[in-house]
Design a protein around this ligand. Sequence first.
Ligand SMILES: Cc1ncc(COP(=O)(O)O)c(C=O)c1O
Length: 387
Amino acid sequence: MDLFKVYKLWDIEPVRGLGTTLWDSNGVEYTDLYGGHAVISVGHCHPHYVAMIREQLGKLGFYSNAVQNSLQRELASRLGKASGYDDYSLFLCNSGAEANENALKLASFHTGRSRIMCFSKAFHGRTSGAVAVTDNAALRSPFNSAHKVTCVPFNDIGSAEEELKSGEYAGVIVEGIQGVSGIHEPSADFLKGLRDACDRYGSLLILDEIQSGYGRTGMFFAHRHCGIRADIVTVAKGMANGLPIGGVLISPAVEARYGMLGTTFGGNHLVCTAALAVLDIIENEHLVENAAKVGEFFRKELCPGGKPLYPIREYRGRGLMIGLELEDGHEDMRDRLLFEKHFFTGAAGARVIRLLPSLTISEQTAASFVEAFRSLAEEGGAAKADR
Ligand SMILES: Cc1ncc(COP(=O)(O)O)c(C=O)c1O
């Protein structure tokens, strides 16, 4: 049997990692500023993470959600404290899409309504409801297209409010910072306006913090920069540094009933242990603060005095969720960073480089990227002048 070919692959196979460094099967060393798509939050193979997982695996890796699991309760309590959502409840599942799918269902169960509002260029995952609220028709099969969804222009509070007035909406789903679209922030006024309108018209506000959460932006959740609270928050990616997990933080206003949600694998002993190890490391090593600090360093170096370094057209994002939109003609920059300078980065379309490094990244590593970027930009400029 061959693999179902849905991914465009680089011809590189990482076989070992430590911190922000990866080595491929030929022994070539790379610096990882992509984190396997914002998943590596505490670095590859952190010794505390490895030790806790090893120990738990020797005791019990999995049992179903039919029995007591104190690791889940500890995770809920620790995550509540770390995020400032102590009074919420936690439902554990296996991925970001699944977390959003459950969030949408909860909004619908709670309000008895079926319509959801999402925003232009949003990405919320690939399951049925999650892909229906993702603004990319190419990802939706006819089967996923029957959901009642209205997509409103991002950051346009007037249009959102006008729609919400109908009283038809179970919920509104919005990313803390849009990731897949190329790092676009909701304005503080937009998020505050959504909060008010949801309260006024009886809809639940769902914050998708799957990419922007877990400390990446210099606060535990990106939406906390503008001071609002959501009714439901979804998390995944960095939560267990690569073991599959997703979580839904649910307001006390939403009542649980047995059987309402469920999963076989979600919240098993191994992933909860990994998630607890991640919280230990985030706290012990002050990684939320580090994300803010190294994020500022990147901004200062790549966009000094608010003027982006050539060939960056626009520097976007917060903390360690960074989008570098390049001038036309520099579409090869990401490949050159990888193949000539050995830096893994992410992308959004052909012209946006996304930096989503581990929260453990040092200023020294950030500086080595800036140096590599500068040198490629200079070589590129010189090559263009020769033509
Ligand atoms: C904002 C956001 N939501 C949801 C998802 C889907 O997460 P998963 O791939 O774990 O299903 C992603 C993945 O990139 C994402 O960036």
